[in-house]
Design a protein. Structure first.
Length: 581
């Protein structure tokens, strides 16, 4: 009922403006207003090419860190290269009361892997009552929040993580089909009420191969599922099951592992995200009071990265562990029976032999239970789900001394209010705070932002006494730390990230230089990325960017990039050329 009310409310909000106008102006007549100017159509775009070289850092030539086979420091012959060309085209129509926009995205990844995103954005808009009401619909990217390209309140669009370090914020976002209505309530106070509704949700996108894979949290989730299957598949093998021949829905267990480690596989999800269950909606009120730009917002939707329900998988693990223990008991009892027989103690030998038989039967029983679990549907072992979330937000921007400050704060409410459901994310709070300032040295500008998240009820992640699969000897406390969706191996449930950008312009603003630094406070990983761009002539720009990443903590944001290097670091150089028209 709650979701039905939400859906009807959102749809009503979107249709309110047009319905009211039809009533006010006699069934669709825009109040008698006629477009007095010639409609304008503009075409703009950008074409370019880029190449990126992953510079070989020190790697061992044997053992764990031999994945790239570097002979030593900066072995150029082993340097990995990425290259590509792209074209972006935008057509924009602006009438007096109507408008339309089309953005096309043409590059190899989009054309071959995600052709649906060739149309990056497309929308139509209309303005009524002298601009007091505006409606817009299409495949769009809408940004909520006053942060500077860093947000905790912008939840409608998913992220494209196939290359999530260099693209501009809006270019990392994936367009979503949505309907938006804006009510301009007061021109004096710039008071606006925005309402957005989307009929479904697009999930975050991750690369399946290459140097850019996915964020550490997603990598950890993948490895957990895979590790459990590998370990318990081996355990079951040692009891009664042929690991290579054991099938799951007609696939060998090895193939099942591969399927379970690929989070783009649709049949692992409990529901289809292209359904009304995953509709999104929200309201946002913004205004200006004196020198304060403020905003309040509410969002209803789902997290765009999945949580894994591993109850069936852990149940299988419990049975496999029990089978291993029973098998060890049988072997120990059998050895004792043999020793008693050799000593001529027939009574003791018979007792131990009976124990060995009982343990052996138990081992086989538990192995059969584990095998039965494996032979079932994959979703009985693990299923993925996008947790429902509601976000209550506050945002502000104002000038303090010479600092242009920006702030966002979010309370993220999930269905796990108590924090004791291991398969659903706990409630959390998130924030962004920062400023930029023009430094009176040449054209220097300093931009500093700090963002973070704190997971609430983190003590519940470590506590509990729920038994798994009815095996009283295996309590939830012994298993939960590893598989709770909020689990952090450092036992730190707050993360903070500091982002600093120092930029300058030279040669009549033809030359732009900047250096960006990102430091993750709790995990101590960081990235330093200097960049230089030179506008050769009108529209034509060449660029060169270098980046160095370091992370030796599995919970770090950059760890999935650096885990395969000896010193947990990686560097790359990118060259770009683009023409804008």
């Amino acid at each position: 009922m709650k979701k039905l009310i939400f859906t009807l409310t959102a749809l009503s909000l979107v249709s309110l403006a047009s319905a009211q106008e039809f009533d006010d102006f006699g069934g669709g007549d825009f109040g008698g207003y006629e477009e007095s100017s010639t409609p304008a159509v503009t075409i703009t775009g950008e074409v370019g090419a880029e190449t990126r070289a992953w510079i070989g850092t020190t790697n061992e030539t044997s053992g764990l860190y031999d994945t790239h086979n570097y002979d030593g420091i900066y072995d150029v012959s082993k340097t990995e290269l990425d290259a590509g060309a792209y074209a972006n085209l935008e057509l924009n129509y602006e009438g007096d009361y109507t408008g339309a926009n089309l953005k096309l995205k043409l590059d190899s990844g989009t054309l071959t892997e995600h052709p649906e995103d060739v149309i990056d954005e497309v929308s139509a808009s209309g303005s009524f009552k002298d601009g007091r009401i505006q409606v817009k619909a299409g495949k769009m990217k809408e940004v909520w929040g006053k942060g500077d390209k860093i947000h905790v309140l912008d939840n409608f669009n998913a992220n494209d993580y196939t290359d999530f370090i260099f693209p501009d914020y809006i270019d990392r976002r994936l367009g979503e089909v949505m309907f938006k209505t804006t009510f301009n309530l007061s021109w004096d106070y710039n008071l606006k009420l925005e309402g957005i509704f989307t009929p479904w949700m697009t999930a975050d996108r991750f690369a399946s191969e290459g140097s850019f894979l996915y964020p550490a949290a997603q990598a950890n989730l993948t490895s957990k599922v895979k590790d459990i299957l590998v370990q318990q598949g081996s355990a079951i093998t040692s009891t009664a099951v042929d690991f290579e021949k054991q099938t799951v829905n007609g696939n060998t267990l090895v193939n099942a592992i591969m399927r379970l480690s690929d989070f783009s596989t649709d049949d692992l999800y409990e529901d289809n995200i292209r359904s009304i269950k995953y509709a999104q909606g929200g309201l946002r009120m913004t205004g200006t009071l004196g020198g304060l730009d403020w905003g309040l917002s509410y969002y209803y939707g789902h997290y765009k990265q999945p949580s894994a329900k591993l109850q069936g998988l852990i149940g299988m693990k419990a049975y496999a562990d029990a089978a291993e223990e029973a098998k060890a008991g049988a072997e120990k009892a059998a050895a004792a029976a043999t020793a008693a027989t050799a000593a001529g103690d027939a009574t003791t030998a018979a007792t131990y032999a009976a124990m060995a038989a009982q343990y052996g039967a138990a081992a086989q029983n538990y192995a059969d239970l584990a095998t039965s679990a494996l032979a079932g549907d994959v979703n009985t072992l693990v299923s993925l789900n996008y947790d429902q979330m509601q976000v209550f937000g506050v945002e502000a921007a104002f000038v303090l001394w010479k600092l242009n400050t920006r702030w966002e704060f979010a309370y993220n409410l999930t269905e796990d209010i108590a924090g004791d459901d291991p398969w659903v994310k706990n409630n959390s709070i998130s924030w962004v705070g920062g400023f930029d300032i023009d430094i009176p040295i040449h054209n220097l500008n300093l931009n500093v932002q700090e963002t973070g998240t704190y997971t609430l009820k983190s003590d519940k992640i470590k506590n509990g006494g729920v038994t798994v699969s009815g095996l009283g000897r295996l309590t939830w406390e012994t298993l939960r730390n590893n598989y709770d969706v909020d689990y952090n191996s450092d036992d730190k449930y707050i993360n903070n990230k500091l982002i600093v950008l120092l930029s300058d312009k030279w040669l009549n603003e033809k030359l732009t230089t900047e250096v960006q630094g990102i430091y993750c406070i709790e995990t101590k990983d960081f990235m330093v990325a200097p960049n230089i761009e030179y506008n050769v002539t009108e529209g034509l720009t060449f660029g060169c960017r270098f980046a160095y990443l370091y992370s030796d903590n599995e919970n770090g944001e950059f760890y999935n990039f650096t885990a395969d290097s000896e010193h947990h670091d990686k560097a790359f150089l990118q060259l770009t050329a683009k023409y804008q028209f």
